[in-house]
Write a new protein. Sequence first.
Length: 399
Amino acid sequence: MLTITLKPGKEKSLLRRHPWIFSTAIAHIDGKPEEKHKPGATAVVQAADGRFLARAAHSPASHIRARVWTFRESEAVDHALIKRRIQQALAWRVHSIADTDAVRLIFGEADGFPGLVVDSYGGKNGWLVCQFQSAGVEAWKVPIVQALIAETGCANVYERSDASVREREGLPLVTGVLAGAEPPDEILITENGVRYAVDVRRGHKTGFYIDQRDNRRLVMEHAAGRTVLNCFCYTGGFSLAALKGGATHVISIDSSGEALQTGQRNMALNGFNDAQAEWRDADVFKALRSLREQGQHFDLIVLDPPKFAATPQQVERAARAYKDINLLGLQLLRPGGLLFTYSCSGAISAELFQKIIAGAATDAGVDTRILRRLSAGSDHPMTTHFPEGEYLKGLLLQR
């Protein structure tokens, strides 16, 4: 087995139970040459003085050189660990998630699986969609899939390991069937009384933004009698929630014509009146400026852009983009109106995001109140030791 020895003083983060070990913290790695170059090999991590710290998955190509499986010396990394942690993750979801058949079953480090995402669409008769984003879970892919099938009773498992983070782990981008049948072009799910068609093979992430479930419900609760603008709408999650909640009219904007077509099919699935909705294929930044020039205003606006900052080096540019869309959004919002604004950039902290929004409000010349801080649903938990897990943050503002 590999042994990773840290430099003096670099054990502090692990003593606080942070699960990542960066290459710059490592003094040396001992073990057989073939193990040193094997992605996902289990390693014992020790302090400079030889104290046991953790068992971790070694990733020779990544700047995050190892990801912790366990901080307990007595706990082995084996099939029993995989099964036990899947059982624990499922038990939590069974008791905490309702009104949907689209659930995140495994959420990376928070569930003890560094770099693994597993979403369930359609329950036992549907599909599990997996993203193996790190060398450690990639090495345990077969037993993870076997345990998922055994514990969920769902025989169909599809892989969407096509996120760019895999390249930083030295892993190829892969998609395809891991077990059972090929998914259909669209899987129908229900969330808070709304039906959605999900393309798990080609859609964003695993096909749907499950993390916004609670926030879609919140929009539904505030939409009655309001005109709504949904920006970066994708397949219309917030749009349909607003219509379900009694919105009088919804304009949905996205730069993907294919996603907009799915949104329109979702309209038909739910029997909503086509006259209540407009679907615009456009660049959101340009569209917001055009709406401002036209003198249009809305009672409720949703700004849910894609990730603007994938790394800390992109934060400054991302901050300008977030400020731009929020300034425009606030100018388009009627007095008393509601703005649901989000960032899914892990490199943008909640504190920085609020500062950006405050700057946008100042430049827009409007007063705003924070009614609520927003985050992902409870099937996206985060550990107290791993703040990086809180990638989605948002604010509900009133002008």
